[in-house]
Design a protein around this ligand. Structure first.
Ligand code: 4IA
Length: 402
């Protein structure tokens, strides 16, 4: 890896952040990126990259200079045709973004979600019943992938048939934020069939009368958005709402199996559960990377950056930047993890974060009540994705309390 060469005053790093090697163990690369400088140039993709907390926050907070409408991934929509019509909330700038976010935000805030809590908790209880009955479980296949599928599609108001298309679709979308590498190609093998199903479910007629979907169409009836935009916002929920929470719950289980003393702390003091999930998101950063695009010539930390340049933000690296966090590589549920950028920051900060927290809290609350210890019961298997960091398998042994 060369670090001596410079481009416009910034160190050049000859890394591929979407390679198997990087995605399998990103931490040494994250350190290299952070230590090389506040802004680095990655020639392989001709992108600027930032891995320190301060610069990542700066870019996320300045949406006028670092826009989202040219895409949240590597592809620059000003120059390349997007793989699907851009998201009208994620891949949009104000004023459009404010209008669409204004529709989704009220459906997804804590007060609105309180109605869902009881149903979530009941499903979590049944899930933990069967997990404890078996004692040896796969944390991914038996818990993290099961629970969100039990609660989220119903909350949106989807029909039962065809839900197996949801995960392949999200897997496409999250790989598509990266380059057209093998992960991308593999994810897109059944793209047409999967996409057709998703787009069909986004229609008003396909949705139940009491879910998020119907509430989005009510905003169309009220004239806030068009009928077509309502369908696009349902698509956003289906893209962003399921895989992310699965990866989040996987991350939680993996963290607690790896650091049993942290589980004991929550068992002793369940008030730690909420902050603990923030620490999980900081520590594991299920969404590892995101891009912005410069709208004009600018400067970051003295490095000049031209207009229409892609900027790669290493959220996972910023969340472990020693300039911001004490002992950043330590998983510590007592730490104040707020301020992490695992949900992003600024105007695009995750609009569904309360759903993610509610799902995680439902599952973890039930586990905390009834499971004394979560033990690794074999080698976890990593699942590689151009954006998400998680596992395809997490063998666990659960020890019932009392
Ligand atoms: C959308 C960043 C991620 C969680 C995300 C992915 C897709 C969309 C929004 C957010 O399709 O709007």
């Amino acid at each position: 890896m060369q670090t001596e060469a410079h481009y416009q005053g910034a160190p050049i790093l000859d890394v591929d952040p979407f390679s198997t090697e990087f995605l399998t163990d990103p931490y040494p690369f994250h350190e290299q990126l952070r230590e090389a400088g506040p802004v680095v140039w990655i020639p392989k993709y001709k992108v600027w990259a930032m891995a320190r907390y301060e610069e990542v926050r700066h870019v996320l907070d300045d949406w006028e200079t670092f826009c989202s409408s040219a895409g949240g991934g590597l592809s620059n929509f000003n120059q390349e045709k997007p793989w699907r019509p851009p998201s009208i909330i994620l891949e949009a700038d104000p004023p459009m973004h404010n209008r669409t976010r204004g529709v989704l935000a009220p459906l997804l805030n804590r007060a609105a979600l309180n109605k869902l809590r009881e149903g979530f908790d009941e499903k979590a209880k049944l899930l933990v019943d069967s997990a404890l009955a078996r004692q040896e479980v796969d944390g991914v296949k038996d818990i993290a992938e099961v629970f969100p599928l039990q609660v989220f599609p119903d909350a949106v108001g989807l029909q039962k048939e065809g839900r197996e298309n949801l995960l392949p679709y999200a897997n496409m979308a999250f790989n598509a934020f990266g380059p057209r590498n093998e992960l991308f190609e593999e994810a897109f093998k059944e793209a047409e069939k999967v996409t057709d199903w998703i787009m069909n479910q986004c229609r008003r007629e396909a949705l139940s009368e009491d879910g998020f979907g119907a509430q989005i169409y009510a905003a169309a009836d009220a004239g806030e958005i068009s009928e077509q935009e309502a369908g696009m916002l349902v698509r956003s929920l289906l893209t962003a709402g399921l895989d992310t929470t699965m990866y989040g719950i996987t991350s939680a289980l993996y963290s607690f199996a790896s650091f049993p003393e942290q589980w004991s702390l929550i068992r002793e003091n369940p008030a730690l559960l909420r902050p603990a999930f923030e620490e999980v998101v900081r520590f594991q950063s299920p969404v590892q990377t995101f891009f912005r695009t410069t709208t004009c010539k600018t400067q970051v930390a003295g490095v000049p950056i031209d207009a229409d340049q892609k900027v790669l933000l290493f959220l996972g690296a910023a969340n472990r930047d020693p300039r911001r966090w004490e002992a950043p590589d330590t998983f510590d549920v007592r730490r104040r993890a707020v301020g992490h950028v695992g949900f992003g920051h600024g105007i695009h900060v995750c609009v569904g974060q309360m759903v993610a927290r509610l799902e995680a809290e439902s599952v973890l609350t039930e586990l905390v009540k009834r499971v004394e210890r979560i033990e690794l019961n074999g080698e976890p298997v990593r699942r590689l994705n151009n954006t998400l960091r998680g596992l395809s398998s997490l063998p666990l042994k659960l020890y019932a309390a009392d």
